[in-house]
Unconditional design. Sequence first.
Length: 775
Amino acid sequence: MKHCLAFIFALLCLQTLFAQDELRLVSSRYSTIIEQKGFSSIQPVYSHKGNTLSADSGILYEDELKRQFFEAFGNVVITQPSGTVIYADRLHYDATPQIATLTNNVRMVDANSVLTTNFLVYKMREKIGTYTGGGRIISKGDTITSKNAYYFENTKDAYFRNKVVVRTANVKIYTDTMRYNSAQRMTYFFGPTNIKGTKGENLYTEKGNYNTETGVANFSKNNLYTEGTRFLKGDSLHYERASGIGKAFRNVVFVDTLDKFYAQGGYGLYNQLDESITMTEKPLITMVVNNDSTETAPPDSTAQAPLETDSKKNKRKKETEEVAVSLADENTGLGSDSTAVTTLKPEKPAVDSVYMTADTLFSRMILLKDYKALKFNLDRSGGELDVDEDVDYGDDDGFDIGDNGEGENLLQDSTLVDTAGVDSLLKKESPGTAQEPVSKGTEVKKAPAKQPTKTPPARVPPETDIAKTLQQDSVIRQRAIVPREAEADSLINQALTAVQKPDTAFKDTSNQAYLDTARTRIVKAYYNVRMFKSDLQAVADSVYYGMADSMFRFMGRPMIWADGSQISSDTIYMQIRNQKMDNALLIANAFMVNAVLDSIKYNQLKGRKITAFFANNSIDRMYVDGNAENLVFSTNDKTNTITEMFHDRGARIKIKMEGKKIIDYITIRKVDQKVYPFRLVNQENEVLPGFIWRPQDRPQSKEDMINRKREIPKDGVSGAEGNEAKSPTDITTEPDDAATEAPVQPVKPAAREGEKATTAAEKKSESGSTAPPIR
């Protein structure tokens, strides 16, 4: 009896289990049995494994294997225990694997998103939906369209393929392969992708992610950020939309084709708000100057400023369109033999490049009216002779370069960024100096994100809406000027070619309205600054450069080498005009040195101030003012030996040069000139006070400049330390008794200003040697 009851109980449980596997009719308005076809119902409601299926009408039938199928027509609704609801016009449901195939006006609604398509295959057991032929997902303000997609309800992930377009309130995203998480609003890219912002910026990558809510992006393959005529490239990119901060890591390149500015390094930080770029990890700035030796010296030193106004913005737009047209020609094959090649092939003008590196390089755009240019009123004819009194030359730029301050915070991987950039390093400001306003804030305030409003799902749109949406997105993709696969390198190469062309844009500096809106770029280099040009090299602790007046300001033990001469002072100002060296001003402890006979002795020129003017990138004339001194060793060219030393002192020394040789030499006021036979030259009189000789600090090449910093002695840069000169016992003198045994002869000074004294070129010893020129 017990065995019989157990068997009946097991049979009932098995029957209940089979009943749960089958579709169960909960209710209907009318039902009938169709002979050999199944069970037909009007407004049926079926239950299956916790899911509810309803429609205007439906047919339930079985195949030979007793598998159940449900065909539903009109106002199909599937409700799942999780709360997900699916709407459609028609349903084919396979009960065994729980696969629903829905067609026409399909809409799947869950807590995070709404999926709309005309064909959807939904696996109810795994909760995976697939659409082909086009579809759309709306999630918390994000609208995504694509040709194909796979949706995983459990993880809230959707995978999109082919012609994917993402629309948000702030950006539009174009890609072909993407994963999207509706819970986190995170997008992941696995192919060529463009993210276009509302301000004209574009982020390109072939692998990365972007959060549509926070606006934070991370890219790791073939990355490029563009904004007008500005380009930022790196092996990895990090971008924060709220703060406008973009960070690039490894092999970083920044180009502004409008301002002819090009920088690269191991790490770059771009601030969209003030349009600044900060470079570290062997940063390098490249500027192009003319190298033509056929033009004559300019009559004055008035520099023209590269400015930015509305006309410049139009130029930015025009350059961007030209790049886009060039890319379009490449893609369509048009002009592949001429236009594309001509666009990418760099020209070979008579130009030279100026390279500059430092621990930190910083550049930004500022209003021209906020830029305070230094006005020295330099005169190529020499101007008035300075009175022996202290003169403020404006060399105090207000920068305290001895303290890192808070500037290093800018380089940290944080969203709290000093909007003043490296300006936070500046601790004091003085009138009449070159500087720009510093932002008072120490933190970039993020704009509050818009909170999506919760509204009930919209009514199922007509079938044509999906088709129209896909067509509109297709047109948008075609019209959007965006890089495509393998075009990021082409864009950056075109930008690099553009910056090598001289700026010929006209600037109407007489128009006040123009000046009120004009913008210009400044560049700051901090700590261990090195500069290299084919015929000029320099080192300093810090450098400030303004494009408005094309003026370099070298501060902190600056030193410049030009040909065989070494130039140093407390502060050095160097100006470029028309992409050429124009003038240089050395303030306080100005000193110029060059070696004689392979560094045996040194020709020296010093004063309180040295003013040099250039012609064709070579020194044309110099004025040494304030306790001016010149020490020159005369040599015999035949025997290659030193014969005597010429020491000249005065209020001013004027030197005119041609072809790197002195053609005119004048000493003015308080003239004291002496000639020493070489045998009377000793350690006390062979060098002038403040003598410095540091050839080991001179950058030998672009690579040497980048990889090697100058070594600062503990006691400071002084003397001839580091010079591998020959010892005094190795020096061979002229064997002319008359020359070597003659006593020191004072040279008669000029009687008054303008009267020509004995020149170095005219003064000759009995042996026929002449004083070598200061180069």
